[in-house]
Design a protein around this ligand. Structure first.
Ligand SMILES: [Zn+2]
Length: 240
């Protein structure tokens, strides 16, 4: 986000919708898109466009916006007893009261036979669950990425776990790999494929035949994973 961006909240058919305004020097007219997975629209505007005009523009698109938002999966908030997929396998969230002395030796969060135990006060549970999942995905991705990179004699500069909702992974020319933390919900082979894809970009910064051949050397899950992401990717974005 740049400092020139501004956000506002509009009421659209009884729904609070965030409006991010991004002035752009070469933009000649207002344009609008939905931020995937969020109740937010982003408006790109010419640099000197008055705010009132921008908000009028958004208001005129309210039917379009409301229809699109209705099509988005609703955000899930983690609660005690909920089932969430971890590496594609359902786990039940079980909250443990921090004052419960029986659990004192176990740490603050752990997995045990398809259950995710979280020691937390009720109000902190959603954040603790998310923190745990981000750590898990970081561990799983690091392990695979380092191993795959070593197998092709490449060095990873850094691995970052991000909150992106538009891409599952990316690779920079400097050798930085970025991944969406929501991959933790996908089956293990899908995670393996996304890691293989980004590691293969360390060698080929394109999607050439040689790139795909290398991906297939690094994972055997390409086809099924691409299909899976196409049909289930949107669901993953519903996890907040
Ligand atoms: Zn790619």
């Amino acid at each position: 986000m740049t400092s020139r961006q501004q956000s506002h909240i509009l009421d659209i058919r009884g729904r609070k919708v965030g409006v991010i305004v991004q002035p752009h020097p070469t933009s000649r007219k207002l344009s609008l898109r939905l931020v995937p997975g969020e109740d937010t629209v982003k408006v790109v505007s010419p640099t000197n466009c008055p705010l009132s005009e921008i908000l009028d523009f958004v208001a005129r698109q309210e039917n379009w916006i409301a229809d699109r938002l209705d099509q988005q999966p609703t955000k899930k908030i983690y609660q005690d007893g909920d089932n969430i997929p971890i590496l594609g396998r359902d786990h039940k969230i079980i909250r443990i009261d921090p004052l419960n002395s029986n659990s004192r030796t176990k740490g603050s969060a752990w997995l045990e036979s398809e259950q995710l135990f979280i020691k937390s006060h009720p109000e902190h549970l959603p954040r603790r669950v998310k923190d745990f999942l981000k750590n898990e995905v970081r561990f799983e991705i690091n392990l695979r990425a380092q191993e795959k990179a070593a197998s092709i004699n490449k060095k990873i500069t850094a691995i970052r776990i991000k909150d992106t909702s538009s891409r599952w992974g990316s690779c920079s020319t400097q050798g930085n790999l970025n991944f969406s933390w929501r991959l933790i919900f996908a089956p293990e082979q899908v995670l393996d494929y996304v890691v293989a894809h980004e590691v293969a970009h360390l060698e080929h910064m394109n999607h050439s035949a040689a790139f795909w051949a290398l991906v297939d050397e690094l994972t055997n899950a390409r086809n099924c994973s691409q299909k899976w992401l196409k049909s289930n990717g949107n669901q993953l974005l519903s996890y907040s």
